[in-house]
Design a protein around this ligand. Structure first.
Ligand code: CAA
Length: 265
C-alpha cells in the first residue's frame, strides 16, 4: 500500500490513499496499544478535517492493527490534567471534528477497543470487527467515567441495560456480543477485517456521493430527533436528490441496463 504521509519520523498515524477516494487512517502507537494521546487524536481529527475538505476523498477508514484498535485515552497524559485542564481540553474540539464528518467513516476493529478506543469506534458510521475484538468502557475502574460520548453513543447502540452494565462494571464484551447488541455490523477473521472494511468503503465510494452524504446526514440526525422531524428531514433530502444529475443517471442507467456513471452533481 502506498504510504503518502506522514512527514515525521515516528508517526502516530499512518495515512494511505486507496483507489476510488478511500482514505485509510491507521493508528500507530503499538507499544502503548494505540492509546489516544493528544498527538494521535489531534492527527485523526486533522486528517478527518482534510478529508472533508477534499472532493476526491469519499470514505474514511480508521483502523489499528490486527491485534489492537485502541486501549483508550492515554492515561499518563490524562493524569496530568486538573479540573480546569479537563474543562478546557483541546480534545473536545478534536472529537467534535471527527463526529461532524460529512464523509462516511468505517472503523475496522481488532483486539482492544477500550475507553476512548470504543468511543472512537462509535464515532464511525459502520463498525466491522475481527472476532478477537473486545469492547469496553472501563473508565469506572479508574474512578472516572466515559467523556467522549461513551455513555450516550453506547446507549443508542446497545440499549440501556447493556450500556449500564458495561459502563458501571467496566467489563468488556466480545465481538459476538457486540454484533448481537447492534454495536457492530459484521465479524470477520482479524487478518481479513481490513480487506473487508476497505471493500465496504470502496462500495460506498462508488455510489452517487450526494446521496451518500444525505443518507448519512439523515440517519445521523435521526438519532437526535423525534420520528416526525426525522421523516421530514428525510423527505427534504429525497426531494433535493430529485434535482441532481446523478439521480437522473442512476434511473436512466437502470432503464438502459448499464452501470451508472456518477459525477457527484
Ligand atoms: N494509556 C496509556 N498507556 C496504556 C494504555 C492507556 N490507555 N493502555 C495500555 N497502555 C500501555 C501500558 O501502560 C503498557 O505500557 P508499558 O509496556 O510501558 O508498561 C503497554 O501499553 C501495554 O499494556 P499492558 O501491559 O497493560 O497490556 P495487557 O495486554 O496486559 O493489558 C489492557 C491490556 C487490558 C488494555 C490494559 O493495558 C489496560 O487496562 N489499559 C487501560 C485501558 C483503559 O482503562 N482505558 C480507558 C482509558 S480512560 C478513557 O479512555 C477516557 C476517555 O476517553 C474520555
Amino acid at each position: 500500500m502506498p504510504v503518502i504521509k506522514p512527514d515525521i519520523s515516528d508517526p502516530v498515524l499512518l495515512l494511505e490513499q486507496h483507489p476510488n477516494g478511500v482514505c485509510l487512517l491507521r493508528l500507530n502507537r503499538p507499544k502503548q496499544l494505540n492509546a489516544l494521546n493528544n498527538a494521535l487524536l489531534g492527527e485523526i481529527s486533522n486528517q478527518v478535517s482534510i478529508a472533508n475538505g477534499d472532493n476526491d476523498i469519499r470514505v474514511i477508514v480508521i483502523t489499528g492493527s490486527e491485534t489492537v484498535f485502541a486501549a483508550g485515552a492515554d492515561i499518563n497524559e490524562m493524569a496530568d490534567l486538573d479540573m480546569q485542564g479537563v474543562l478546557f481540553d483541546k480534545r473536545v474540539a478534536y472529537w467534535q471534528t471527527i463526529s461532524s464528518s460529512q464523509k462516511p467513516i468505517v472503523a475496522v476493529i481488532n483486539g482492544y477497543a477500550y475507553g476512548g478506543g470504543c468511543e472512537l469506534a462509535m464515532h464511525a458510521d459502520i463498525l466491522i470487527a475481527g472476532h478477537n475484538a473486545k469492547f469496553a468502557q472501563p473508565e469506572i475502574k479508574l474512578g472516572i467515567m466515559p467523556g467522549a460520548g461513551g455513555t450516550q453513543r453506547l446507549l443508542h447502540a446497545v440499549g440501556k441495560s447493556l450500556a449500564m452494565q458495561m459502563t458501571l462494571t467496566g467489563d468488556p464484551i466480545n465481538a459476538k456480543q457486540a454484533l448481537t447488541a447492534g454495536l457492530i455490523s459484521e465479524i470477520c477473521e482479524p487478518e481479513l477485517s481490513l480487506e473487508r472494511g476497505l471493500a465496504v468503503a470502496n462500495k460506498i465510494a462508488k455510489q452517487a456521493q450526494l446521496a451518500v452524504s444525505l443518507i448519512k446526514n439523515s440517519i445521523t440526525k435521526a438519532q437526535d430527533t423525534d420520528l416526525a422531524t426525522g421523516l421530514a428531514l428525510e423527505r427534504h433530502a429525497f426531494c433535493i436528490l430529485a434535482g441532481t444529475d446523478d439521480r437522473n443517471e442512476g434511473l436512466q442507467a437502470f432503464k438502459e441496463k448499464r452501470k451508472p456513471h456518477y459525477i457527484g452533481r
